[in-house]
Design a binder for this molecule. Sequence first.
Ligand SMILES: N[C@@H](CCC(=O)N[C@@H](CS)C(=O)NCC(=O)O)C(=O)O
Length: 251
Amino acid sequence: MLKLYSFGPGANSLKPMLALYEKQLDFTIHRLDPTKFEHHEEWFKDINPRGQVPALDHDGRIITESTVICEYLEDVFPEANPLRPKDPFAIAQMRIWTKWVDEYFCWCVSTIGWERHIGPMARAYSDDAFEDYVSRIPVPEQQTKWRNARKGFPKDVLDEEMRKIRVSVAKLEAQLSQTPWLIGDQYTLADICNYAIAGGMQFGFSDLVNEKDTPHLLRWIEKIAARPAAQKMYAEVPSEFARPQQDAAKA
Ligand SMILES: N[C@@H](CCC(=O)N[C@@H](CS)C(=O)NCC(=O)O)C(=O)O
């Protein structure tokens, strides 16, 4: 049995969710509500001690880390619509892209998302209520991030993250102007994991991702969103927490 703990079809939660839909596996989804800090409740910290989604329960064994979950699904269900190439060089290219998402692209988009969305949400709580929630966050760096979002990130931090977002967008556009998918002719986890972050940027960062400046990136986003698996995912997991295609900035 496969059960995915998730906020819905957006950001890191989207990666294994879209992979599960693409592979047409049988699975259930347990949605958590971030606005109620459900992911910091004790029952969920027993599942993922970091208090973060996504997490996959496979027959009682828990796998965390969105990209690791995607690779795990390929290892366990290699025949079900493969999303990883067979050739070792191509696998390496795919992993360079997924590593880049996890270590670079995700973080700059995330900070801007926290500034825009988490900050106002956090400011709606009284100081005491907010600190009570923060005290339940198990990862010290995440506590700092919540506090920074509530205060508002310093301008130099936001400027630097926007610079990294511009670098990221240019990198994706450059590759997609050469090849239909990120590592060539095959749709892989490289595309899914990048789409998880880039997929809503035509709305949240329309000054950077648009028809004039990034036509190839835009076509690629639309092409993935139109795939039957993505359409089924958005139809079956409508989310008031993570609106399809509009929440790249909420990672
Ligand atoms: N490296 C982790 C990051 C997971 C992560 O940042 N999850 C976010 C949602 S996209 C989360 O749970 N945020 C809530 C919080 O940190 O309080 C992964 O790729 O799974």
